[in-house]
Design a protein around this ligand. Structure first.
Ligand code: SAM
Length: 407
């Protein structure tokens, strides 16, 4: 892929990737060694971000998880993240230093950096522009590294590379986990990861597919896919090919397996430029997920399967995506499954917008689409306890909001 091949979208024009491509091949294995040596994967036990509205509900769960050391709580919020960090630093200081650099986006002093990387390693990472020196006495990272199971995923650092941002969020990990679980024991000859971003879902399906294609409209995504396939090369990632494409336009196919975590967030259109990888389009953010369901009908082989993670808003008591999907596919021979992943979700930053638009909450789904002899629609609910906890969180938020932001 060449950097001249920008799609027409003006948002992506004229942006220069910060990685030095030629140096990535040497730098990534060195980075991988350092992450392994210092057991970076253990940082998955740390919550990130501060939020008081979930206190004490979320922190009881988080603290229990930190003690057990089993369930990842990375990407969860806490009222007092620093408490977790200081406890963790006593256990594994090098991993904590790497976490500050590669996850929290903090700058390190050269002395701190020297605790985790030697001179040659630092020189290689600087040459590839993965590390930079904003000032004489500080070192910063131009990438973010998310540990998960025995993988590590590189994505963008939001505040340093606006516009080039390539994202990994909890939805990325939820879909990745689902794919590992449900595809176990199956094989596919061709797989597509649509809207690939960092390439995380391609890496997940590469163990089940003979060939994997991944596409994204953001040409910079190609560099992240390259970096991530190198970093996770023990997982059979050499079969992954990247292409720049507006949805299916340049994807090829048909495919036996299509996986996608597309933009789906229901937000005001004026916010889309700032949050391009999230904006789900018109119709309360369901435009792009619906377009994918519609186009996938011509891109799946007869026995093929699509898996999509997405959100659907409930507006005036109606689940928009469920209704629209029934309208789209209801007369055709498809089997569609909506599996709830999380219910009654409220996004803090979009609360006012959602209220104005009569959106009571959103539901996270993993949708499965397959050919069938007639239209079959299945709706799988989350366990009652999980639903109840989500409702309590929701009520807690509503109360917190009423107290804090009351006009
Ligand atoms: C929510 S991110 C998901 C990234 C990745 N699949 C994951 O699971 O972490 C959505 C991705 O869709 C990409 N995207 C947005 N509009 C697109 C389009 N029209 N065609 C292809 N990709 C698009 C964005 O650049 C972004 O990387």
């Amino acid at each position: 892929m060449s950097l001249d091949e920008y799609p027409d979208d003006p948002f992506y024009q004229g942006r220069n990737m910060l990685f030095r491509e030629a140096s990535l091949d040497a730098a990534i294995p060195v980075l991988g060694e350092a992450l392994k040596k210092h057991r970076y994967s253990e940082t998955v036990l740390l919550p990130v971000g501060r939020s008081f509205f979930l206190f004490p509900f979320q922190d009881i769960i988080n603290l229990w998880n930190l003690r057990q050391g089993k369930i990842p709580i990375l990407l969860q919020k806490s009222a007092f993240p620093s408490l977790y960090y200081s406890r963790f630093a006593r256990r594994n200081r090098p991993a904590y230093i790497l976490f500050r650099l590669f996850y929290l986006g903090e700058t390190l002093t050269p002395e701190e950096l020297a605790e985790v990387l030697d001179k040659d390693q630092i020189a290689l990472l600087m040459k590839a522009n993965l590390l930079v020196q904003p000032e004489d006495n500080s070192v910063a990272s131009l990438i973010k590294i998310t540990p998960w199971k025995d993988y590590c995923f590189i994505s963008g650092v939001e505040n340093r590379t606006p516009g080039e941002f390539v994202f990994i969020g909890s939805d990325s990990l939820i879909l990745a986990y689902h794919l590992l679980l449900v595809l176990q024991g199956r094989t596919f000859s061709s797989g597509l990861d649509l809207c690939t971003g960092s390439g995380i879902q391609s890496i997940m399906i590469s163990r089940f597919c003979e060939q994997v294609t991944c596409v994204d409209i953001n040409p910079n995504s190609g560099f992240y896919v390259r970096a991530n396939t190198l970093l996770n090369k023990d997982h059979g990632t050499e079969k992954i090919t990247y292409r720049t494409s507006n949805f299916f336009d340049n994807a090829g196919g048909p495919f036996d397996l299509i996986v996608t975590n597309p933009p789906y967030v229901c937000m005001p259109p004026e916010k889309k430029d700032a949050w391009r990888c999230g904006y789900g389009g018109e119709n309360w953010g369901t435009e792009f997920p619906l377009k994918i369901l519609s186009d996938a009908r011509r891109r799946l082989t007869p026995g093929g399967m699509l898996k999509m993670i997405t959100i659907s808003p409930t507006v005036a008591g109606k689940d928009i995506l469920v209704e629209e999907t029934r309208k789209l596919l209801g007369q055709e021979a498809w089997s569609v499954e909506f599996q709830e992943v999380a219910t009654h979700c409220i996004q803090e930053s979009l609360y006012e917008f959602h209220k104005e638009n009569r959106i009571s909450h959103c539901t996270f789904f993993i949708i499965t689409l397959q050919r069938s002899d007639s239209f079959r629609f299945t709706y799988k609910k989350v366990p009652t306890l999980a639903d109840l906890l989500a409702r309590i969180r929701n009520m807690q938020y509503e109360a917190y909001h009423a107290l804090t932001f009351r006009k």
